[in-house]
Unconditional design. Structure first.
Length: 735
């Protein structure tokens, strides 16, 4: 389609999404999509598809665009008076067009001094007008240039914002630099650009970028902070598909080059060479350094632990188990402590006791957790306010990059920091936390060592325990269990490799034996919509379905579509919005799927801030298709407005993966058991799923698949260096 911009109805300055009213050859029409900065009067050549919006009718959804200079006097006037040119309003624009007519833009670009002939335009102002037009033209041309290499419009704008005038040169010289500099540009995107530019397949730029890409993917997808060098070479070789006989040798040489340039660090571990991204090396080395310093610098608190514990027991009419009492003693003596145990083993009781003892002696304590839901649950169980780690450290994004205001220079004031659900902490978050604890301060980590590891890179809890230098209190005695309750008992049975107990007297643990996936889907849907709400007087939205995998009849994606149509079907009074293959409706239960440190939020108490994080669950309150935008109210009270560029961060959450449920607790959990990859369908995953249930756990699936998961003790190998750094740091090649 070709047309002239009559009006910019809407523009999102952050992501470039626009709604334009266009004049075509024969009739006006509406175009929507991501555009470079433009204004009324400009002529566009666009590619895309006609789509029908439920409220606004037929629109042209743009996938690529080319900006043409306006040619008519009217179009040139609109272009100049748009506000894009500093110092040019309607009066000046009219005067320029009256003086130079259809040659006005040519005069501005090539003969700016002539503009001084126009009343009110000085030579200085004329030069300024020329610079404004050239800068705008350069941006538009650069975006068109990037689009010619298959870069999406939104990503092209992002790249230009990073490099500005240097964009074309950088992309021509080394498109693989985009992988390092631009979030959202992966190796495959850069590789496509490089192929079109004509960069050779065995270019050192390409091989170096592939090495970094493989290490990044290992961290992002598997949580690995390093790879054995032989494994790294194999993965890079597969990715590059080089036909040279000396390809492996060439990759080995580039690994050495990457070490010299500081992109990676090479180490020796267990008699083999291993390679880390430099930032992962710095992060894990930093954690180890701070842990050791805290262990060495913390003095024993001047408290008689046994006397204080006895007094606490009398005040609260409880008796601590010896293992619990020993955990409290250790936390009063050592600078760093770990308290680990399964559900019902009294972790919360210990935390409450520690808080009481410390505060009664005027020591300050703060509580935190990796996610909003985990922090909320910690607040409810202890009666003390807990924050997310990001909020505790005061994440600030005013500089556009994001930084924690509490850090190694500006320390937290509290004497003791208690972090719950520590198994969920990745290296980056944990490093930020431990660096912010003041000299002589204490860190108490609480978690379940048998839970799934963090989604992000690293293996913090497991490595700390394995190192042997951090005091660990293991809790095995089960307390939280009534006679007719089986959730806690069965969680521990599963963790021990035993089949769960299933009987009629239980009020909170059920198993429905179904073998056919379609039957499982229908049963889960019926339980969510009818049976459980009637049995337990619970809102269907409080019932959380957990699925081991995303794909398949009873995978997360299909389960969500089915439950959405059952719980929140299309209705005339409910606005909906299509985002790719997904449809969002007002009232939908949704989850935020990545850490987005820039998203702004408000709450009903007048609070504001930035940052919405992976795993946060909420409900769509409002949809505005004309912008378009979504407004979500999250369970922790944060209200967030999502614009076009942020929609990909959201997904339906009637059903979620077990991994995404970590750190959360739900009144009722339904687990859809399925057959599939033994590396995924493990005892560890089933245990994590069951322990998400607070009041009721329901398993739906075949007896055979349940038995397979209970017996399957497979644990994926996660490569991390923290344990080694905590023991005896290995030397790098340069040390």
């Amino acid at each position: 389609m070709k047309g002239t911009v009559l009006e910019v109805i809407f523009r999102n300055a952050e992501n470039g999404y626009c709604v334009l009213y266009m004049q075509g050859d024969s009739m006006p029409y509406t175009a929507v999509g991501t555009f470079p900065p433009l204004t009324e009067g400009e002529t566009l050549e666009m590619e895309g598809n006609w789509v029908r919006n439920s409220r606004f009718g037929e629109q042209f959804a743009v996938t690529s665009v080319k900006v043409l200079p306006p040619t008519s006097k009217e179009a040139i006037f609109k272009y100049l008076s748009s506000g894009l040119f500093k110092g040019v309003g309607e009066v000046t624009a009219y005067a320029i067009v009256e003086k130079f007519g259809e040659q006005a833009l040519d005069v501005i670009e090539h003969y700016p001094a002539k503009l001084a002939q126009v009343k009110g335009v000085s030579l200085k102002k004329a030069i300024s007008i020329q610079e404004s037009m050239l800068n705008l033209k350069e941006m538009q041309d650069t975006i068109v240039f990037l689009q010619s290499y298959g870069v999406s419009l939104g990503l092209a704008i992002k790249i230009f914002k990073a490099y500005e005038k240097s964009t074309a040169k950088i992309v021509h010289d080394n498109p693989y630099q985009l992988v390092d500099d631009i979030e959202g540009v992966g190796f495959l995107t850069a590789d496509k650009i490089a192929a079109k530019i004509g960069i050779e397949p065995d270019s050192r730029f390409r091989i170096g970028a592939a090495i970094v890409h493989v290490l990044k993917e290992a961290a992002n997808k598997n949580g690995d902070t390093y790879l054995p060098e032989n494994k790294l070479i194999d993965e890079v070789y597969k990715l590059l598909r080089l036909e040279r006989e000396d390809a492996v040798e060439l990759i080995s040489e580039m690994i050495e080059d990457c070490e010299v340039t500081g992109k990676i660090v090479r180490l020796r571990k267990d008699e083999e060479d291993v390679d880390m991204l430099a930032r992962n090396y710095v992060c894990e080395k930093s954690i180890a350094t701070y842990v050791k310093a805290m262990l060495n610098n913390a003095a024993s608190l001047p408290l008689d632990a046994d006397e204080e514990i006895e007094l606490y027991e009398k005040l609260n009419h409880i008796t601590l188990h010896e293992s619990q009492a020993q955990a409290v003693r250790s936390c009063l003596i050592k600078g760093v402590n770990i308290i680990t145990g399964g559900p019902g083993t009294g972790k919360t009781t210990i935390v409450k006791c520690i808080i009481h003892l410390l505060r009664s002696r005027n020591y300050s304590v703060c509580l935190c957790a990796p996610t909003g839901r985990a922090a909320k649950r910690l607040t409810e169980t202890t009666g003390v306010e807990a924050k997310t780690i990001h909020r505790l450290l005061d994440l600030d994004f005013s500089d556009g990059k994001g930084k924690f205001m509490f850090n190694e220079s500006t320390k937290l004031e509290e004497d003791v920091v208690i972090v719950d659900e520590v198994s969920m902490c990745d290296d980056y978050v944990f490093n930020a936390l431990i660096k912010a604890i003041k000299f002589g301060g204490r860190l108490i980590m609480v978690g379940d060592k048998d839970q799934l590891p963090s989604v992000g890179a690293g293996n913090v809890l497991a490595d700390m325990i394995a190192s042997g230098i951090v005091p660990v209190s293991y809790l095995t005695q089960i307390y939280r269990q009534s006679e007719d309750s089986l959730i806690v008992e069965n969680a521990h049975r599963i963790n021990a490799g035993k089949m769960p107990v299933i009987n009629n007297r239980s009020r909170d643990f059920f198993f429905d034996n179904k073998t056919d996936p379609d039957d499982i889907l229908a049963t889960v849907t019926d339980m969510v919509t009818r049976r459980i709400p009637a049995y337990a007087a619970v809102d269907p939205m409080e019932i959380q379905v957990l699925c081991p995998m995303k794909k398949g009849v009873i995978g997360v994606e299909n389960m969500n579509l089915t439950l959405q149509n059952a719980l929140n079907p299309p209705q005339k009074q409910k606005t909906e919005l299509k985002v790719g293959l997904r449809t969002f409706r007002e009232g939908d239960k949704v989850m935020h799927t990545v850490n987005n440190y820039e998203l702004q939020w408000t709450d009903d108490e007048g609070g504001t801030g930035t940052g919405v994080f992976n795993g946060d669950i909420g409900k769509i309150e409002k949809i505005s298709p004309s912008e378009p935008s979504l407004q979500v109210l999250f369970d922790d009270g944060k209200r967030v407005k999502y614009m076009q560029g942020d929609f990909e961060d959201l997904t339906l959450a009637y059903a979620i993966s077990v991994h995404k449920s970590q750190g959360s607790e739900f009144p009722v959990v339904i687990i859809a058991l399925m057959s599939g990859n033994y590396m995924i369908l493990t005892r560890n995953l089933l245990y994590t799923a069951v322990t998400r249930a607070r009041e009721m756990a329901v398993l739906v699936g075949s007896q055979e698949n349940l038995e397979k998961m209970v017996k399957n003790n497979y644990t994926a190998k996660r490569y991390s260096m923290l344990e080694s750094f905590l023991k005896t740091p290995p030397l790098t090649g340069r040390e």
